[in-house]
Design a protein around this ligand. Structure first.
Ligand SMILES: Nc1ncnc2c1ncn2[C@@H]1O[C@H](COP(=O)(O)OP(=O)(O)OP(=O)(O)O)[C@@H](O)[C@H]1O
Length: 202
């Protein structure tokens, strides 16, 4: 599988944010998107996920299900954790699995991210780092080959950051691919896409 962005152009609020952004990420690979605040990192992830229509170029997923839109192969972990405050921690994951599809084991996913003991508590009581861990559990419970991660280490402690690096390594070993926007070291090797006045891949 290959995720390809081809001369992508994206506007927001009528302003050009991304122009001529091109890259390809193959299964097993990771791409780290960097750039200053406002450079368009989140915008790029949202465009890849099909949530914002590009004004130029396109996003393709080669080797995926030709019948399904590319977004169905993607998991966007946004910088907001999208926790449903009124649902229990476990129900949050069941809900995500029902919406996104997938056969992941809900309790095993929670155990893996260290939230097993909190499964019956409402989502509203989770700390910022625990909400981030809940978002990681969603990646496991509703497996999809393309992970789009927006500032995935935000609010994670050292063990959470190590867990993220492990999950990414396992995902890549299974042929999954990762595009991650970040200001920080994420503890794994990745190609680099720098957004700024001019976008370039190195
Ligand atoms: N809904 C919106 N309407 C109009 N402009 C927007 C909207 N969302 C984002 N923008 C603008 O798009 C630009 C890129 O924002 P984006 O969130 O993609 O940047 P970023 O690189 O992820 O920034 P940060 O490092 O601060 O998270 C910014 O100038 C922002 O103000």
């Amino acid at each position: 599988m290959r995720l390809i962005a081809d001369r992508l152009g994206v506007d927001r609020g009528g302003r050009p944010i991304l122009r001529d952004v091109s890259f390809a990420v193959a299964g097993g690979e990771a791409l780290k998107v960097v750039g200053p605040n406002g450079a368009g990192k989140s915008t790029l992830l949202r465009a890849l996920a099909g949530l914002i229509a590009p004004v130029a170029g396109d996003v393709r997923l080669d080797g995926g299900d030709p019948e399904a839109p590319p977004r169905e192969a993607m998991h966007l972990l946004g910088h907001l954790d999208a926790v449903k405050a009124g649902l229990s921690v476990r129900r949050n994951i069941v809900f995500a699995r029902d919406v996104l599809g997938g056969e992941g084991d809900v309790d095993a996913s929670l155990d893996r991210v260290g939230l097993g003991a909190l499964a019956d508590l409402p989502g509203s009581v989770l700390s910022a780092g625990q909400k981030r861990r809940l978002a990681l559990a969603r990646l496991l419970a509703a497996p999809r080959p393309v992970w789009l991660l927006d500032e995935p280490t935000a609010a994670l402690d050292a063990s959470g950051q190590a867990l993220l690096a492990e999950l990414v390594a396992e995902h890549r070993a299974k042929g999954g691919l990762v595009v991650a926007a970040t200001h920080l070291d994420m503890g794994f090797e990745a190609a680099r896409l720098e957004l700024g006045a001019v976008a370039a891949v190195s």
